[in-house]
Design a protein around this ligand. Structure first.
Ligand SMILES: NC(=O)c1ccc[n+]([C@@H]2O[C@H](COP(=O)([O-])OP(=O)(O)OC[C@H]3O[C@@H](n4cnc5c(N)ncnc54)[C@H](O)[C@@H]3O)[C@@H](O)[C@H]2O)c1
Length: 275
């Protein structure tokens, strides 16, 4: 079998980093890490589709990115947990942008509930979005990546270790995505598609800060000692926590030909949290 990956050793750095002519879908791209990822991929020249539950914010983000980087950008409504929604939205993206070359599975949820209290519905919701959502996205992308491509899964250091009380479903779902990244790399390589994971540690975002505040409030009400929690969440060897753009630049590396020899691995983007 021939594996369709070019040797780009003679290419210039500028060409290796350029995403000009490529079409990128970022799920959950209306805010937070996804928005920052979309901005860097657009700056590198990719056409952009922001796919999000919130169609209004997806449209607004796409318009802002198109204006800033002079690339084609479209917002689409997508529920990554729903196979039909992902297939329909992807068809719409292909209709507007002409194809898909890069797919970033970024949409994710992180509700907090201790093992002893979490309902089946809460558990299933986390896995539907964070795990089935990644399968749905990768599948629809691979079906349409006729000339090869790259799938980047936004994992978490929660895919490597336990993080904080209340996050068992989240930690389980992210460990699963790290495994799926390996398996999908194996299955997609013959189609010229690389699959990589990027695992951030704590990065303040709209969703993340709201979830942390809600979890702290619930635990404080239950009498849990919270004194060590913020330090545990924001441990860093570089003197600060990460920013959304710190993560976006690692995703850009994965999406570009700079990383062409890599597939199946998950890169820790964690300020040294997990060493
Ligand atoms: N922020 C962090 O500290 C951090 C750390 C590690 C990993 N991550 C991962 O990064 C990703 C993004 O996190 P964030 O902090 O930017 O979150 P966020 O809540 O700020 O943004 C998430 C976006 O995803 C969208 N979304 C949620 N459910 C969706 C669904 N079913 N279908 C489509 N879109 C959906 C939301 O509308 C929102 O726009 C997640 O996968 C998260 O697990 C975040």
């Amino acid at each position: 079998m021939t594996f369709p990956f070019a040797d780009v050793s003679a290419a210039s750095l500028t060409d290796l980093l350029s995403l000009s002519g490529r079409r990128a879908v970022i799920t959950g791209g209306a805010q937070g890490l996804g928005r920052a990822i979309a901005e860097r991929l657009a700056e590198a020249g990719a056409s952009i589709a922001i796919a999000d539950l919130d169609a209004g914010r997806a449209d607004a983000a796409a318009t802002a990115i198109a204006d800033l980087h002079a690339v084609a950008a479209v917002g689409v409504a997508m529920d990554v947990a729903d196979s039909a929604s992902v297939a329909e939205a992807t068809d719409r993206v292909v209709g507007v942008l002409g194809g898909v070359d890069i797919w970033v599975n970024n949409a994710g949820v992180f509700p907090s509930a201790p093992v002893l209290e979490m309902s089946d519905e809460q558990w299933d919701h986390v896995f539907a979005v964070n795990t089935r959502g990644v399968r749905n996205g990768a599948r629809e992308a691979a079906r349409r990546m006729t000339d090869g491509g790259v799938v980047v899964n936004v994992v978490s250091t929660a895919g490597f270790r336990g993080i904080a009380p209340g996050l068992s479903a989240y930690v389980g779902s992210k460990h699963a995505v790290r495994g799926m990244t390996k398996q999908m790399a194996l299955e997609f390589a013959p189609r010229g598609i690389r699959v990589l994971g990027v695992a951030p540690s704590y990065v303040p975002t709209e969703g993340n800060m709201a979830a942390a505040a809600a979890a702290m409030e619930k635990m404080a009400a239950a009498g849990t000692d919270l004194s060590s929690m913020p330090a545990a969440m924001s441990y860093s060897l570089i003197g600060r926590v990460g920013t959304p753009d710190d993560i976006a630049r690692v995703v850009l590396f994965c999406a570009s030909d700079l990383s062409l020899v890599m597939t199946g691995s998950t890169l820790l983007a964690d300020a040294g949290e997990t060493i």
